[in-house]
Design a protein. Structure first.
Length: 202
């Protein structure tokens, strides 16, 4: 008979959103593997245990049919695949991230973005580096990586955060999925326009 982890019905989604760290500390100490009723998920909170889970996909499959990630991304993503399915998609991407390609293509591209974005920071005043540098830099790098350079930094940041929110929508809130649907529609429209303007057709 399979022994299930204990259930914690005191943790709320609001608790995990607003300040999860005290909860994680308590769980690591008292219940390192626990089913959280409000999430409908099992939390594994100790590093050694999480590594064991990730290293043993035959016991702990990533192919979870209940994950909100599939709903948010409107796709069965690489992160939720195991074995041959995972390897096939991973290997299809591998040539783009070979060491030589990273050195000759990606590093120069990201260095140019960094130089441009640092150079435009105001001088002689205190600045908030996340909205003025880190966020836009990450957004532009992602746009270049995904071939979505027509998107603005603001769009990329909004789409990224919206999909992250949707992928973590374990409470299955309709508004979060509506937002991710809208983000997907906007991204698809941009990609369709870019594909049409390039003359490429599927």
């Amino acid at each position: 008979m399979t022994k299930l982890a204990p259930i914690d019905d005191t943790i709320t989604l609001a608790d995990l959103t607003n300040d999860p760290f005290p909860i994680y500390r308590r769980l690591r100490r008292d219940a390192p593997v626990v089913r959280v009723a409000s999430m409908g998920r099992t939390l594994v909170t100790r590093a050694a245990d999480t590594k064991y889970v990730k290293d043993n996909p035959k016991l702990f499959s990533s192919d979870d049919p209940k994950t909100p990630m599939t709903r948010a991304f409107q796709a069965h993503t690489l992160m939720r695949k195991d074995g041959a399915d995972h390897m096939r998609e991973r290997m299809a991407m591998a040539p783009a991230f070979a060491p030589k390609v990273i050195k000759e293509k990606w590093v120069p591209a990201y260095e140019r973005i960094a130089e441009e974005y640092v150079a435009r920071l105001p001088h002689g005043e205190v600045v908030d580096l996340f909205p003025m540098l880190a966020g836009p830099y990450a957004a532009r790098g992602l746009a270049v990586l995904l071939g979505m350079e027509e998107a603005t930094d603001t769009q990329m940041q909004r789409w990224s955060q919206t999909l992250i929110d949707g992928a973590g929508n374990f409470g299955l809130r309709d508004d979060l999925f509506a937002a991710s649907d809208s983000a997907n529609a906007e991204m698809n429209a941009l990609l369709d326009t870019a594909r049409a303007s390039s003359g490429y057709a599927q």
